[in-house]
Write a protein that binds this ligand. Structure first.
Ligand SMILES: Nc1ncnc2c1ncn2[C@@H]1O[C@H](COP(=O)(O)OP(=O)(O)O)[C@@H](O)[C@H]1O
Ligand SMILES: CC(=O)OP(=O)(O)O
Ligand SMILES: [Mg+2]
Length: 401
């Protein structure tokens, strides 16, 4: 069975085509920097890597390029899209309606579309991906795998906000949490790498990419996480503010003559490191490069970004009454030794965290980066949301048939 996985992030599309009998990856790639300067596709087939520089304005354009690439003369891995047996889609917001993956029909697609206002940088791109795939592959089952599912185990103490209870009952306003597929995968992998039973561990997983969130994973289950009702809460991100005082929303609306919806758009699209650097960049590579060259504004943005991550790690160590393992993952977590080292050395030594600087100096591999005498094991685990989505897709499609 061949499964195509489409993972639309806020700044990227990741894709993989897998042969599920062996879980062999036939092709995979990344469309990155969507909508900003320097967009490109990195396509991998077997051991070959192709970089295609191309202006890609939005996710729709990106997805068309991907489907063309899979069958095009130069890069192809299949002769026609008909060889694909199922498509697995990452869907960011599943609300309380979807606590596990589903085969998508018109009704579930409508619900996902309706939830777009709760994940404005993601669900619209997810819906677009599903519709495009349905159109191009009309007889192929499409499966939705939700970022929110893994976090359904959170206790009420973690997921309820201290606002009138009726709003939870009436509107289901609560913490949902996102990047669940990633937090689940990397926490499980970390336990496997350490050869320990995940049911005995307190793990803090730090998924830091363009979108970023932290999770407290206790005994293998999500116990708390930094994103909330929408993927806006928590950490400082590429263009998202993360935590702010909610009173700022009405204040800004009044002072700037904006609607509250417009202010929330600013918090989603024009804030984060992009906002702090007055629109210089939302991409952490650009910020880090400039910060290391001595640029004060970018240094400040990086400091604020790292400080917020450290605060959440401290909070979750308290929430679980301890921490055994810290995991770094996603674009920044996997590829930025500087960010990892600065977080650990500036803020986490009180927990007994000790990093081996040489071991930490690498990109994109699974590795323990703490010293043998560190009280907390610190690991880098490249996430693999696509593999998790492919497995779920195979399982759902096989049990249905
Ligand atoms: N070598 C690197 N150093 C610092 N940041 C990096 C590096 N490589 C990638 N990143 C950052 O990772 C982020 C993208 O992460 P990713 O997890 O792919 O995002 P998303 O899924 O949210 O679109 C970007 O901010 C990018 O700059
Ligand atoms: C939920 C979210 O922010 O996802 P991403 O990091 O892929 O943008
Ligand atoms: Mg992502």
């Amino acid at each position: 069975m061949k499964v195509l996985v489409i993972n639309s992030g806020s700044s990227s599309i990741k894709y993989q085509l897998l042969e599920m009998d062996t879980e062999k990856v036939l092709a995979k790639g990344l469309v990155e920097r969507i909508g900003i300067e320097g967009s490109r596709i990195i396509h991998r087939k077997n051991e070959e890597k192709y970089v295609i520089e191309k202006a890609i304005k939005n996710h729709e354009e990106g997805l068309k390029e991907v489907l063309d690439l899979l069958t095009s003369e130069d890069y192809k891995v299949i002769s026609s899209l008909n060889e694909i047996d199922a498509v697995g889609h990452r869907v960011v917001h599943g609300g309380e309606r979807f606590s596990s993956s589903v085969i998508i029909d018109k009704d579930s697609l409508d619900t996902i579309e309706m939830m777009s206002f709760l994940a404005p940088l993601h669900n619209p791109a997810n819906v677009m991906g599903i519709k495009a795939a349905m159109e191009l592959l009309p007889n192929v089952p499409q499966v939705g795998v939700f970022d929110t599912s893994f976090h359904q185990t959170m206790p009420k103490t973690s997921f309820l906000y201290a606002i009138p209870y009726e709003y939870y009952e009436k509107y289901k306003i609560r913490r949902y949490g996102f990047h669940g597929t990633s937090h689940k995968y990397v926490s499980k992998r970390a336990a496997e790498i350490l050869n320990k039973d995940i049911k005995t561990l307190k793990i803090i997983t730090s998924h830091i990419g363009n979108g970023a969130s932290i999770a407290a994973v206790k005994n293998g289950e999500s116990f708390d996480t930094s994103m909330g009702f929408t993927p806006l809460e928590g950490l400082v991100m590429g263009t998202r503010s993360g935590d702010i005082d909610p009173a700022i929303v009405s204040f800004l609306a009044q002072e700037e003559g904006l609607t509250t919806k417009e202010v929330v758009e600013i918090l989603n699209n024009k804030s984060g490191v992009y906002g702090i650097t007055k629109g210089f960049s939302s991409d952490m590579r650009d910020i880090e490069d400039k910060a290391l060259e001595g640029d004060k504004v970018c240094r400040l943005a990086l400091d604020i970004y790292e400080y917020r991550i450290a605060k959440y790690i401290g909070a979750y160590a308290a929430a679980m009454n301890g921490v055994d393992v810290i995991v770094f993952t996603a674009g920044v977590g996997e590829n930025s030794p500087v960010t990892r080292e600065e977080i650990c050395e500036k803020y986490l030594t009180y927990l007994g965290v000790k990093i081996d600087k040489e071991k930490n100096n690498f990109k994109g591999l699974e590795r323990v980066i703490s010293t043998p005498d560190s009280k907390v094991e610190v690991l880098v685990v490249p996430t693999n949301e696509e593999l998790m989505i492919a497995r779920e897709t195979k399982e759902l499609v096989s049990t249905k048939n």
